[in-house]
Design a protein around this ligand. Structure first.
Ligand code: NG1
Ligand code: ZN
Length: 526
């Protein structure tokens, strides 16, 4: 190992004065700083696979909705989940070693700690989004993987959720689908067609997809054009230019639309009540929207997606006659009106977790149908083994059959813009709802999200799923005093896990109040 490490590490140097941290989205920063990090992450992926008796581990090179000059890397565990939290610290330690000797020492510590048999061959699937820096970072990652004996499959350009699917399929002996892009398309499109057909749907579907000029563009086109185009009377992908890397997430995409609450660039002649959606750069987030007769922009974000899914699944379960639990998991960023609607109107249990989908995913596993979405559109639905044992494609009950095919259509490994898109489009048809009916279930409380640059964001420590500050001492009391001055006021402060900043969220009965509250809380934070 020492010999190959010395050889392969040539050219991969840790930059000075940077501390790396494997956070909620893996490592993410300016691509120019990432070479050493992807090299050490390659090493760790090989070790993780060996530790898990050669099960396949995934490596995704992406910076999601971040600007084109950024990049990042994250690891995917064998069942398609995020890397186990205990290993995040090892990823961080390896990335921060500043000499070959120190790196070797840390590797030996990990090997000893987990009693890893280095003779076990590791297996790693790797993919990247469409960023310009991707190919060079891929090469360095592969150098890291080759420090040990590793079977590597490079899938080239994929969406993040496609890679999660592939890793799980690769570890599931065919029971999850074929481990190839074709297998992914086949699984989703067969389920889509079946739900459409068995329910006797005949109205065709219309959607315009803004793909953020990212990898979701060619992938959603491939899936729909090659498999299910006949079910659409209008399907168009805009912002689909992945040839020009500077356009990625620029004035388009889910993050732009959610943050600015307006249409992305390049929507041709927006018509009232047409349904649009936006993916982010690696297609694991989706938000929908439309404009009203008066040309008012209406956002249907992750909270609206959760509530639509919850109301649909509650109805469906009743029709199946099965005894199954439904629950929704949100974060503190969920609009208060959505939480109220879920618990008071739909009467469904709602749990709140810290930001980051791994937290939501974990809690969603407590339900037979666990629906989780961050307000920004990242989320999915999980189905328990109990449920999976009760549904079948050969059932004589139409609702049970529909439920079975939904478990196939929904990517249970991670939030997936393409799978979520098809699911929502079908559910709207099944409920015979348009965007306006969907949006009318509750009205969002006006809200404001601010980013505040502080000297040290690590001073901000929270509890109560990030809704209460415990440090700096006394600050929460001051925030509460401000909140109490506004009807329906709510505000919280937390350190971002992906940017060197503190985020301030506020909502209140009126737009002006939400802005004033956010500004006042931001002043307290500075
Ligand atoms: P941070 O930077 O920790 O707020 C952001 C998003 C998260 C999540 C991660 C990972 C907001 C307010 N925060 O986290 O929801 O998606 O990025 O991408 O949207
Ligand atoms: Zn993303």
């Amino acid at each position: 190992m020492e010999l190959s490490l010395k050889k392969l590490s040539q050219g991969h140097l840790k930059p000075n004065n940077v501390t790396f941290q494997y956070g909620t989205a893996g490592f993410r920063m300016k691509a120019s700083l990432l070479d050493y990090v992807v090299f050490t992450t390659g090493i760790l992926a090989a070790l993780r696979s060996k530790y898990l008796q050669g099960k396949t581990i995934g490596i995704m090179i992406t910076a999601s909705h971040n600007p084109p000059e950024d990049n990042g890397v994250k690891l995917v565990d064998p069942m398609g989940e995020m890397l186990a939290q205990t290993w995040e610290a090892h990823a961080t330690t390896l990335a921060n070693t500043s000499s070959i000797e120190a790196l070797i020492d840390e590797i030996i510590k990990i090997v000893d700690l987990f009693e890893i048999d280095l003779k076990t061959q590791s297996s790693v699937f790797i993919a990247r989004d469409s960023r310009e820096s991707g190919p060079a970072l891929l090469k360095s990652t592969i150098d890291g993987l080759n420090v040990f004996d590793s079977a590597i499959r490079d899938f080239g350009l994929l969406t993040t959720p496609q890679l999660h699917y592939l890793v799980r399929a690769g570890n599931s002996n065919g029971s999850f689908g074929h481990p190839s892009s074709e297998g992914y398309y086949a699984k989703l499109s067969i389920a889509f067609k079946q739900i459409y057909k068995i329910n006797g749907l005949n109205n065709k579907i219309s959607i315009i997809v803004d793909a953020a000029n990212g990898i979701g563009a060619p992938k959603v086109q491939e899936l729909i054009h090659d498999n299910i185009l006949e079910y659409f009377d209008h399907f168009l992908v805009v912002n689909n230019n992945i040839e020009n890397p500077r356009l990625l997430n620029y004035n388009c995409g889910a993050d732009f639309v959610k943050t600015n609450q307006k249409l992305p660039e390049n929507i041709p002649n927006p018509e009232p009540f047409n349904l649009y959606c936006s993916f982010d750069g690696d297609a694991d987030r989706i938000v929908f929207y439309y404009i009203t007769e008066e040309k008012h922009f209406q956002l249907l974000d992750g909270d609206k997606i959760s509530t639509l899914l919850a109301s649909y699944f509650i109805k469906l379960i009743k029709l199946t006659g099965l005894d199954l639990s439904v629950g929704v998991v949100q974060t503190a960023y969920a609009n208060g009106a959505s939480t109220k609607y879920l618990s008071e109107v739909l009467k469904v249990p709602v749990e709140c977790t810290p930001t980051g989908v791994k937290h939501l995913h974990h809690v969603a596993q407590n339900f037979d149908i666990g629906i989780y979405f961050e307000a920004n559109g990242h989320g999915t639905v999980l189905f328990s083994d109990n449920l999976l044992n009760k549904v079948s494609p050969t059932s004589s009950n139409l609702s049970i059959k529909t439920l079975y095919y939904l478990t196939e259509l929904i990517n249970q490994t991670v939030g997936d813009a393409i799978s979520d898109c098809l699911t929502i489009l079908l559910i709207l048809k099944l409920l015979d709802n348009g965007p306006n009916e969907w949006n009318s279930n509750y009205q969002d409380l006006p809200n404001k999200l601010l980013k505040v640059i502080v000297n040290d964001r690590n001073l901000f420590k929270t509890t109560n799923a990030e809704r209460t500050l415990v440090q700096p001492k006394g600050l929460q009391m001051k925030i509460d005093e401000k909140v109490n001055q506004y009807p329906n006021g709510r505000s919280f402060v937390r350190a971002s896990g992906t940017e060197d900043a503190v985020r301030v969220y506020a909502e209140a009965a009126t737009k002006d109040d939400s802005i004033a509250l956010a500004d006042q809380v931001a002043e307290l934070v500075k």
